[in-house]
Structures are given as structure tokens and as C-alpha cells.
Design a protein around this ligand. Structure first.
Ligand code: GTP
Ligand code: MG
Length: 429
């Protein structure tokens, strides 16, 4: 059973009855009201130009909108690709268009081009994110929100006549789920007609074999189905850009003048510029805006909300309420926080224990060292004491000997002093 049938059965709503009106009521003016409202509100359209430096991006934009957007020449020495958005207010009749042209400055200039696509992808995602954030606000103002989501990416292919560069394939592959890509062969006046025909076939073949999804002009609206189907077969458009006016016959036309002739930008025999302008601006601008919202943004939004834990239904196909999801997420967050806290606490306790052990070990080592030094000191002291005692004994012995010698000396002295006296007595007698 299809999902819509299921919904009908479960809600068990009766089919609305068809009634005919007795006279004119006036709600047939609804489409006009819509148009009037949209015109008052104005439109925004955002074009991303991706292509090598000097491939003719700015010239083509000027040619497409028949004006001169202030653009400076890009540097060839950027360290990485930089996205430069510029917004303009344009008016045609009473329709206001807020046009943003985003230039991928420095694309293809780096020696290592592996990551060239990343700033572009990041930029596109950032615009989706801004819109999503606005949508999720409690007080959102999508009515006057400046929508910067990229509606179309004009991918400028260098007219080599050979095949697509791997940089082109990789970049388009990375972008195709995020933006409507219209590939165009730039500077188509530098390639011959037969080469161009073969080049177009080759490019389309390579895009298909590498699974790159480019934007297809829609064929479900009867009013434009035929023209769009024909134009889909002309992709990629081979364009020439110029803002220079050249006199052809008695008319001034935008063209590029060469010594051998004039390439007219708006001549369909010379290039596909008119086809591109028709398809991009006059026929499919609204579809590009719509596809951006309903396909690319929707995909981004779905992935992002799923990442945040939101689902439309649980495992048993029960619709999920926002409140329940929020509660579940909150609980999950709190338990995760608790787990982290416990982990940190445990880590802290372990660290303290480790430090304590280290300190104890250090203390033990110090104690041992102290004991050893004490023992060494006592041994030294004992030896010194022994030496002192020996010295004392020696001194005593010496003193004794000295005293004995002195006694002997005084005895001897005494004896010698007595001898002359006796001799004198003997003589007198
Ligand atoms: P950066 O912004 O510096 O990356 O360059 P760009 O891609 O904007 O190229 P730009 O429009 O500045 O053109 C670079 C040069 O190419 C200029 O001299 C243009 O006149 C020339 N040019 C632009 N379009 C075409 C074209 O369709 N055919 C030829 N032959 N030259 C073109
Ligand atoms: Mg430029």
C-alpha cells in the first residue's frame, strides 16, 4: 500500500464533495494575488560561477544581464579557492531582482588541486545552514530573509576540444547533490564547429560515465516541455561573452571582432549564448529556485536534522513528536554529561593516587639516602674518635717519656754540680 493510501486509511477522513458554484465568487483571482504578492516581495537569484581564472566568467555575467557588474580581475596567486559573493539590485519593468553572483576566485590556480572543491562545497552548505537556522528560530522572518542559497552553478569548461579535466569531474561530482549544475563551454569562439560538436558529445559521455548529475531543464510543465526537451539535447551550451558593440549591417550588436570576421554573441549560428539566456533567465529561473529549495536544501535539511537526532517516525512507524525527541536528546545529553563527569572524576582520583604513590616512593628514597648518610657519618665519627684516642695515648706516652727524660736530666745536672765542691773540700783537708 502506498504511503498516501496509508495516511488516508489511518486518518479516515471522508473524501471532500465536489460542488458547483451558482455564480462567480472571485477566488479565481488567487493566482493573480500570488503574482502580485511575489512582485511586491521581489525575487532573489544566486548564481555561482566556477571556472579557471580568466575563462570569461565576469564577461559572461555582464553579457547575460546586459550590464557592467563592478568586478576586479582575480589574482592568479591565491593559496586556495576563495568564494566572493557580490549582490546587486536589478529592476526590469516592475520586477525587482536581488542578484548575487558568487565567484570562485583562484579556482584551478593551485599546484595541488585535490581540495579545490572543498571551499565551494563549504560555501554552499553554509548558505543552507543559514537558511535552516532562520527556519528553526522561534521568531523567524523568512519573508524578508535574504536567501543566499545558490540556485545555479554555471560550470565553465575550458574549450580544449579534448576531454574534461579531472578537476572538472571531481568538482562537479562533489557539487551535483548540492546545487543545480549547468555546464557551459566557455570562449566557444576559440574552437571550430566540428571540434565543438565532438567535444560536446565527449563531455556528456564523460559526465554520464562518471555519474555526474547535471541540471535537466524540466519537461513536466506542458508550456515549456518541448523547448526544454530540445535544449536538454544541446547541453553543454557553448557560449561567447562580450560587451563590445560592433556594427553588423546597420545594427549594433554585441560581438567579438577578429581580423577574419565577427563572432556575434546573440547569433545562434555562432554560439549558444541565446539558448543559455533563454533557459537560465527567461524559462527556468523559477524552476532553478524551486529545485534548490525542494531538492538540494531538503536533502541538506534532512541530513542535518537526522544528525541532530530528529526522525519522522520511530521503528514502529509511530510519529515522533518534537517534544519526545527533545526530551530523549536532553536525557541522552545529560547522561553523556554525567558519564563524562564521572570519567573526569575517576581520572582525577587516579591522577591523585599516582602522584601520592610517586611522592611516597620519593620519600622512601630520601629516607634511605638519609639512613645511608647517617651510617656513613657514624662510621666516620667512630674512626675519628679512634684516631683521637690513639693520638691521646701517643701524646700521653710521649709526655711520660718526656717527664722521665727531664727527671733523668735534672738528676744528672744535680750530680755534676756536686762534684767540684767535693774536690775543694778534699783539697782543704
Ligand atoms: P577572473 O575573474 O580573473 O578569474 O577572470 P574571468 O573568468 O572573470 O574572465 P574575464 O571575463 O575577466 O575574461 C578574461 C579575458 O577573456 C578577457 O580578456 C575577456 O575579453 C576574454 N573573454 C571573455 N569571454 C570571452 C569569449 O567568449 N571568447 C574569447 N575569445 N575571449 C573571451
Ligand atoms: Mg572575473
Amino acid at each position: 500500500m502506498a504511503a498516501t493510501d496509508l495516511e488516508r486509511v489511518s486518518s479516515a477522513e471522508p473524501e471532500p464533495r465536489s460542488l458547483s458554484l451558482g455564480g462567480h465568487v472571485g477566488f479565481d483571482s488567487l493566482p493573480d494575488q500570488l503574482v502580485s504578492k511575489s512582485v511586491t516581495q521581489g525575487f532573489s537569484f544566486n548564481i555561482l560561477c566556477v571556472g579557471e581564472t580568466g575563462i570569461g566568467k565576469s564577461t559572461l555575467m555582464n553579457t547575460l544581464f546586459n550590464t557592467t557588474f563592478e568586478t576586479e580581475e582575480a589574482s592568479h596567486h591565491e593559496a586556495c579557492v576563495r568564494l566572493r559573493p557580490q549582490t546587486y539590485d536589478l529592476q526590469e519593468s516592475n520586477v525587482h531582482l536581488k542578484l548575487t553572483i558568487v565567484d570562485a576566485v583562484g579556482f584551478g590556480d593551485q599546484i595541488n588541486k585535490d581540495e579545490s572543491y572543498r571551499p565551494i562545497v563549504d560555501y554552499i552548505d553554509a548558505q543552507f545552514e543559514n537558511y535552516l537556522q532562520e527556519e528553526l528560530k522561534i521568531r523567524r522572518s523568512l519573508f524578508d530573509y535574504h536567501d543566499t542559497r545558490i540556485h545555479v552553478c554555471l560550470y565553465f569548461i575550458t574549450p580544449t576540444g579534448h576531454s574534461l579535466k579531472s578537476l572538472d569531474l571531481v568538482t562537479m561530482k562533489k557539487l551535483d547533490s548540492k546545487v543545480n549544475i549547468i555546464p557551459i563551454i566557455a570562449k566557444a569562439d576559440t574552437i571550430s564547429k566540428s571540434e565543438l560538436h565532438k567535444f560536446k558529445i565527449k563531455i556528456m559521455g564523460e559526465l554520464v560515465s562518471n555519474g555526474v548529475q547535471i541540471y535537466q531543464f524540466p519537461t513536466d510543465d506542458e508550456a515549456v516541455a518541448e523547448i526544454n526537451a530540445v535544449m536538454n539535447a544541446h547541453l553543454p551550451f557553448a557560449v561567447v561573452g562580450s560587451t563590445e558593440e560592433v556594427k553588423v549591417g546597420n545594427k549594433l550588436v554585441r560581438a567579438r571582432q577578429y581580423p577574419w570576421g565577427v563572432v556575434q554573441v546573440e547569433n545562434e549560428n555562432h554560439c549558444d549564448f541565446v539558448k543559455l539566456r533563454e533557459m537560465l533567465i527567461r524559462v527556468n529561473m523559477e524552476d532553478l529556485r524551486e529545485q534548490t529549495h525542494s531538492r538540494h536544501y531538503e536533502l541538506y535539511r534532512r541530513c542535518k536534522l537526522e544528525e541532530m537526532g530528529f526522525q519522522d517516525s520511530d521503528g514502529d512507524s509511530q510519529p515522533f513528536s518534537l517534544q519526545e525527541t527533545y526530551e530523549a536528546k536532553r536525557k541522552e545529553f545529560l547522561s553523556e554529561l554525567q558519564r563524562k563527569e564521572e570519567e573526569m572524576r575517576q581520572m582525577f582520583v587516579n591522577k591523585v593516587k599516582e602522584t601520592e604513590l610517586e611522592l611516597k616512593e620519593k620519600e622512601r628514597e630520601l629516607h634511605e639516602k638519609f639512613e645511608h648518610l647517617k651510617r656513613v657519618h657514624q662510621e666516620e665519627k667512630r674512626k675519628v674518635e679512634e684516631k683521637r684516642r690513639e693520638l691521646e695515648e701517643e701524646t700521653n706516652a710521649f709526655n711520660r717519656r718526656k717527664a722521665a727524660v727531664e727527671a733523668l736530666q735534672s738528676q744528672a745536672l744535680h750530680a755534676t754540680s756536686q762534684q767540684p765542691l767535693r774536690k775543694d773540700k778534699d783539697k782543704k783537708n
